[in-house]
Design a protein around this ligand. Structure first.
Ligand code: NAD
Length: 553
């Protein structure tokens, strides 16, 4: 069967594939394309502009067929969303190895990428789209929640109550912003040009209300700020128009950021053409579309700098708005920092990052049981407890039930082994898939985001994510991927994905005990190597070996 169709991952404890190590990627590929999970499933687009799970429907069918027949000691190779080979490896090896969107340096441009994509030779894998561990907006919710909680701690007395955050973009990832802000008790004004996206966030309970006009949005936000009441307001409009208007009217934004699809000038919507004309331009004259889109980004970016000058906390939220604005000639684009160096890096020094898991049974009770296990395993972690309680109360599952929380080096393998025990003892109805975002402590090189402003200047060194993929492959991950261009766009990042399956077997326990150590361990050694004191301290305290320090001792 070829062509678009509604996709749903199988659930329950009955296997279609030879074992759970194969069944897991088989189900997770389908889960990524579940209409409840994916942004544009008919086009195989999961999130992030054009981040795909498979290159074509034929390739999708071939991957499922191949996994159905895969043996426990075989490995399927996937090149940018298309299965290209099956080899006999061994039981410890990953069952699937993926490489997405990778291009040689001089050719790593959007133009060349699109030429190859048009020829059907590659696809854009984003991060967890092409590596089959996207879990809907909840995936980004925890990271966004952590980020706003950190801003609250540093700048606003530990709460966002009585503050307004202005932001753009309510897509697959950006849609987490309103809920993350209200979970921190703040007010959010979220601008997105696409009414469908805005309404979808209300349906999934991430956004409270949709304003009828700019005036209505401002009035609602001001009233909520005054009463220190949490509220998220969506506004259907172009951010390049609205941000400057709000600045000009003296809108009292305390925090300003953006998560429109600014990583790709062909996804960002210009503000000086009608929707119809924009579509037409996209099809007939992409170069002109890009020019207009960059000009619009410069307008939005300049307004953000204006808010910064007026005293607001302003940061880039991991797209490429600053770079695209700079490309159109705006010279103050990099006056405000990226969120990574501003708020997250100290956590990366501890190997802390987005640990996520999915119940292959499809039964929410399995996630409830794992939530309880996580709380029991880390009884002193107040942040974790607050997050899990909020998530249980306010997060609607999309597709297979899943959970995410931030854990560091020394913690991830403990929870992974605990889940494996639970499966073994029959306390869960089926195995648990454990993975993470590529936005993690030791799995990405991205000079506009995760590795922006490293203290040793090593921002663009991409050996680290490659070593991450290699060591996770050697340690027993179930699937491993190497990607280029996710998050911030082609030519701007290289990153690796890792997924492991707790299937209750002794072999899985052996693998988890290694891979959930090596993976966050990469974050510790990467930051220790760069010279971060905290990472060196963590390495010393928790026994992460740093050969160059051993040589000095
Ligand atoms: P998406 O494509 O699902 O959504 C983008 C949204 O931007 C769409 O709803 C679109 O309508 C809107 N948009 C485009 N142009 C606009 C404009 N001019 N004005 C208002 N709205 C506009 O993308 P996504 O998955 O939500 O990701 C958004 C961006 O965030 C991407 O660039 C992605 O790479 C980046 N990202 C950041 C992080 C992070 O942790 N900070 C994580 C993942 C993704």
């Amino acid at each position: 069967m070829s062509g678009p169709r509604p996709v749903k991952a199988p659930t329950g404890s009955k296997l279609t594939c030879a074992n759970w190590q194969i069944e897991a990627p088989y189900r997770m590929l389908q889960n990524n394309l579940d209409p409840a999970v994916a942004e544009r499933p008919d086009d195989l687009v999961v999130y992030g502009g054009t981040g795909r799970a498979a290159r074509s429907w034929d390739a999708y069918d071939a991957m499922l067929r191949t996994m159905t027949a895969l043996k426990p000691d075989e490995t399927m190779l996937v090149q940018s969303g298309k299965p290209v080979g099956v080899f006999r490896t061994h039981e410890w090896a990953p069952r699937v190895l993926l490489a997405n969107s990778n291009l040689v340096g001089d050719w790593a441009t959007w133009d060349e990428f699109r030429r190859l994509e048009d020829l059907g030779l590659t696809m854009y894998g984003q991060m967890t789209a092409g590596s089959w561990i996207y879990i809907g907006t909840q995936g980004i919710l925890q990271g966004t929640y952590e980020c706003f909680a950190e801003i609250a701690r540093r700048k606003f007395g530990n709460t966002l109550a009585g503050t307004i955050t202005l932001t753009g973009g309510l897509g697959g990832m950006g849609g987490a912003q309103p809920l993350a802000i209200t979970m921190n008790d703040g007010v959010a004004l979220c601008v997105d040009v696409d009414a469908w996206r805005v309404n979808r966030r209300v349906e999934t309970r991430y956004l409270d209300v949709v304003a009828t006009s700019l005036g209505d949005a401002v009035a609602q936000c001001l009233a909520a700020k005054k009463e220190r009441r949490r509220l998220s307001v969506g506004l259907v409009a172009n951010a390049a128009d609205v941000f400057p208007k709000l600045l000009a009217m003296g809108f009292p934004a305390d925090i300003v950021t953006d998560q429109t699809s600014a990583h790709d000038p062909l996804s960002y919507v210009p503000n000086d053409v009608s929707e119809e004309a924009a579509k037409n331009l996209l099809a007939t004259n992409p170069a002109e579309y890009i020019r207009r889109s960059r000009l619009a980004m410069a307008e939005q970016c300049a307004a953000m700098v204006g808010f910064m000058d007026a005293g607001a906390e302003v940061f880039d939220y991991g797209n490429s708005l600053r770079r695209e604005a700079q490309l159109s000639g705006y010279d103050r684009a990099f006056d405000y920092p990226g969120f990574l160096p501003a708020y997250i890096r100290p956590q990366f020094c501890e190997g802390r990052g987005p640990f996520r898991w999915v119940a292959l049974s499809g039964d929410p009770a399995d996630i409830a049981a794992t939530d309880a296990a996580a709380l029991e395993e880390f009884p002193d972690d107040e942040g974790l407890a607050k997050w899990i309680h909020l998530a249980k109360e306010r997060v609607a599952f999309q597709g297979l039930p899943a959970r995410i929380c931030w854990l560091g080096y020394g913690e991830r393998h403990r929870l992974g082994l605990r889940f494996n025990e639970m499966v073994k003892k029959g306390q869960l109805k089926a195995p648990i898939v454990i993975g993470r975002d590529h936005l993690d402590s030791g799995s990405v090189a991205s000079p506009y985001r995760e590795t922006e402003s490293m203290i040793d200047g090593s921002d663009a060194i991409a050996d680290w994510p490659l070593l991450n993929a290699l060591v996770n492959t050697a340690s027993g991950a179930t699937w491993v991927s190497i990607h280029h261009g996710g998050g911030v766009g082609i030519g701007r990042s290289i990153h690796a994905g890792m997924v492991a399956v707790a299937d209750g077997t002794d072999l899985a326990a052996e693998k988890l005990a290694r891979v959930l150590v090596t993976d966050p361990g990469m974050g510790v050694i990467r930051h220790a190597d760069a010279g971060y004191d905290r990472a060196i301290e963590v390495a010393d305290q928790r026994g992460v070996r740093l050969p160059m320090r051993e040589a000095q001792a």
